[in-house]
Design a protein around this ligand. Structure first.
Ligand SMILES: [Fe+2]
Length: 336
């Protein structure tokens, strides 16, 4: 159950952690797929860390080893196109016919055992990997799903909440809406508030220490009747905003928890110094099909609402094949 307070918290901080968001059955499905991909790469003498940087992009690998993925693809698709979108829609502008919620990208992020020296990620914002025009037009939310219990030792996330803008006159924190209806306002606010991040220290040790000693994030207090928009009490020029830096948050959560991350929130991760794999699955969703300034499609751009249609086609084709006495074991095509 995602409340209005949680939605406002997402825009205030640029991220939101929902512990145990997925049932263990779904976690097992994703784990099996991750393991299958890991085993396939190992069998091909590919070093997941040094060759792939720990990131297994589904579009590349799933085709290569589709016949080796043991999981019925339908169940993964159900998680990917129904369960997670039902949650992430709370953090995107309201869907419309022109701008449906789309799967933008998906990847497993794997840290191999005892790989601390090569498996950490530096501070970054996910939007920095996008085309400039696209990232300033389309809200994108990353859904980082822990497939193992994650902690400091096995390489979890460290997230720096958005700096908090204050009202120039009253000095009070600016109130935010539960949802930005327009993509432009959404991106403008997230980008502007993120421009107030101070340069992070290259050494994460101090940030980790601060995170370990901070109090848990609290949801924002209920909005007053007077204001219900972010822009209402902020200067038009974001450079004039007075913002308060926030202490980073260490994500230590059980498997099945999801961290919803705005494309503009700054985060990094630690290396894995444990003796086991640390697995995460990270689909990303966009408000509309992401295109560049010249109209070129970026990444996957698959509307989640088309899942039902694809599902029907798959079932129909299976029924046909069964009726014709054909083996449908090869009917594993993520692209149809
Ligand atoms: Fe990231």
């Amino acid at each position: 159950m995602i409340t209005e307070g949680m939605r406002r918290q997402f825009h205030r901080d640029g991220f939101l952690i929902i512990p145990n968001a997925l049932e263990m059955g779904d976690v097992e499905i994703l784990r099996r797929e991750a393991d299958c991909l890991i085993n396939y790469l190992i069998s091909e003498n590919i070093n997941i860390m040094t060759d792939y940087g720990g990131i297994i992009g589904i579009t590349i690998t799933i085709r290569e080893c589709a016949d080796q993925v043991p999981e019925a693809p339908d169940s993964v698709l159900h998680i990917l196109f129904e369960k997670v979108p039902a949650m992430v829609n709370n953090f995107l502008p309201e869907e419309s016919e022109d701008y449906p919620t789309c799967l933008f990208n998906e990847q497993y992020i794997v840290k191999t055992p005892d790989s601390a020296s090569i498996s950490s990620f530096a501070w970054h914002q996910d939007s920095q990997y996008m085309d400039t025009s696209a990232k300033e037009t389309f809200p994108v939310v990353s859904c980082w799903i822990a497939l193992d219990n994650v902690n400091l030792k096995n390489g979890t996330l460290l997230v720096e909440p958005f700096p908090r803008p204050k009202d120039a006159k009253s000095g009070g924190y600016v109130e935010l809406p539960a949802q930005f209806q327009e993509r432009e306002t959404y991106v403008q606010y997230h980008k502007s508030v993120a421009s107030h991040y101070e340069i992070p220290p290259a050494d994460k040790t101090a940030a980790i220490l601060m995170a370990q000693n901070r109090l848990p994030l609290q949801p924002p207090s209920p909005p007053s009747a007077a204001t219900n928009t972010a822009a209402g009490s902020l200067s038009k020029d974001p450079k004039e905003w007075v913002c308060e830096s926030q202490v980073p948050v260490l994500v230590e959560v059980p498997a099945g928890s999801i961290v919803f991350l705005s494309g503009w929130v700054r985060h990094c991760s630690m290396g894995n110094s444990s003796s086991k794999f640390r697995r995460a699955f990270m689909p990303q969703y966009s408000a509309g099909k992401v295109v560049t300034a010249t109209g070129g499609m970026v990444s996957l751009a698959v509307p989640c609402s088309e899942y039902d249609e694809r599902e029907r086609e798959r079932v129909d084709s299976r029924i046909r094949m069964q009726a014709e006495g054909l083996d449908f074991g090869d009917d594993v095509d993520m692209e149809d």
